[in-house]
Design a protein around this ligand. Structure first.
Ligand code: ATR
Length: 277
C-alpha cells in the first residue's frame, strides 16, 4: 500500500511542500505520495479525524492551523509545550503526535545568513504559529527584547505572555520603541497570489532595521523584502526555512530514511526553479 503524507492548511495554492516531498520520494524510489489537503477551518476537526482513519502517516501543518490544531492531537513532542505551535504531525494508532520543525528550519536559516540575534531587539510581525517559532528562536539566541506587532491585539498579548514580549497592534504604533530591530515577518501578508501588499509598518522603523526575515517563500521577494532591500537592508526569505523544516519533518516520519547530499542538493535546486504558472 502506498504510504500517504500531506500538508493541511488554508489556503494552500502557494505551497511548495507537495512538489518538494514528491521529488524526494521520486529520487528515493519510495512508494509514497504527499498531497495538499486544503481544509476550511470550520472542517478542521472532522478532516483530521478522517485523515487518521485513512492512515495518513505524516502531515505538515500550516496557516492557520499551527496553534489551533494542538487540542485535536493525541500528544505533543516533549519540549515544545513552550513554543505552543506545531507544524508536523506523525501518525500513531491512538492519534497524531505534534512536533515543531519550524524552529530548526528557522535556526538553520538564521545561521546560514550569518545573522546573530544575541543582544538584539526583535520585532515580530504576526502572532500565529510561525511568530511563536520566531519568538522561541530569538529567546534561545539571547535577544535583548521581543516586541510583537499584530492585527489582533489579544493574539499578540497571548504570545507575549509566553515569551515576555511587548504586545502592540496597529492602533498603538506610537508605543513602538524607535530602535533598530531585527524584524521577522510571520504573517501570510504578501504571499502568492496577493503579492503587492505589505503590512503597514512605519517607515522610520523599516528604514533602520538591522535585517528583515520574511518567512514567505512564494514569492521569493515579497513587497516588504523588495522595499527594505531597496533601502540597503539585508533580507532573508523563507525558502531555506521551508527546505529545512521539510527535511526535519521527514526525519520524524521516517527515522531510517537516508537522503544523500546529492538528493538534497538536487531537490533544493529543483525547488528554486519550480514555477507555479
Ligand atoms: P498559524 O498559527 O498557522 O501561523 P494563524 O494563527 O492564522 O496561523 O496566524 C497567522 C498570523 O498572520 C496571525 O498573526 C494573523 O493575525 P491575527 O492574529 O490578527 O489573525 C496574521 N494575519 C493573517 N492575515 C493578516 C492580514 N491580512 N493582516 C494582518 N495580519 C494578518
Amino acid at each position: 500500500m502506498t504510504d500517504r503524507y500531506g500538508i493541511i492548511g488554508y489556503p494552500l495554492g502557494h505551497s511548495l511542500s507537495p512538489y518538494m516531498h514528491n521529488r524526494y520520494a521520486y529520487y528515493l524510489g519510495a512508494d509514497e505520495t504527499y498531497e495538499a489537503f486544503e481544509t476550511d477551518p470550520a472542517d478542521m476537526e472532522k478532516t483530521l479525524l478522517q485523515m487518521h482513519e485513512d492512515h495518513i502517516l505524516g502531515l505538515n501543518v500550516t496557516i492557520p492551523f499551527k496553534t489551533s490544531v494542538i487540542p485535536l492531537l493525541y500528544g505533543i513532542d516533549s519540549g515544545i509545550d513552550r513554543i505552543g505551535a506545531v507544524n508536523t504531525l506523525k501518525y500513531t494508532p491512538e492519534g497524531y503526535i505534534g512536533y515543531n520543525t519550524d524552529v530548526r528550519g528557522l535556526k538553520y536559516t538564521i545561521e546560514k545568513s550569518g545573522l546573530s540575534l544575541k543582544g538584539k531587539d526583535v520585532l515580530i510581525l504576526g502572532a500565529g504559529g510561525a511568530a511563536r517559532a520566531a519568538a522561541y528562536v530569538s529567546e534561545q539566541s539571547g535577544c535583548s527584547s521581543i516586541t510583537v506587532l499584530n492585527r489582533t491585539y489579544e493574539h499578540a498579548e497571548s504570545l507575549c505572555r509566553d515569551f515576555k514580549g511587548k504586545p502592540l497592534d496597529y492602533s498603538s504604533l506610537n508605543k513602538l520603541d524607535k530602535t533598530s530591530y531585527i524584524i521577522f515577518q510571520t504573517t501570510s501578508v504578501g504571499m502568492y497570489p496577493y503579492t503587492d501588499v505589505m503590512l503597514p509598518v512605519p517607515d522610520d522603523i523599516l528604514s533602520k532595521a538591522l535585517s528583515v526575515i520574511d518567512v514567505i517563500y512564494n514569492p521569493g521577494e515579497t513587497a516588504l523584502i523588495k522595499y527594505v532591500s531597496s533601502l540597503g537592508i539585508p533580507t532573508v526569505n523563507g525558502f531555506d526555512m521551508l527546505i529545512n523544516q521539510g527535511l526535519e519533518s521527514r526525519k520524524i516520519w521516517k527515522p531510517d530514511e537516508i537522503l544523500t547530499k546529492e538528493i538534497k542538493e538536487t531537490v533544493y535546486d529543483e525547488c528554486t526553479r519550480y514555477s507555479w504558472t
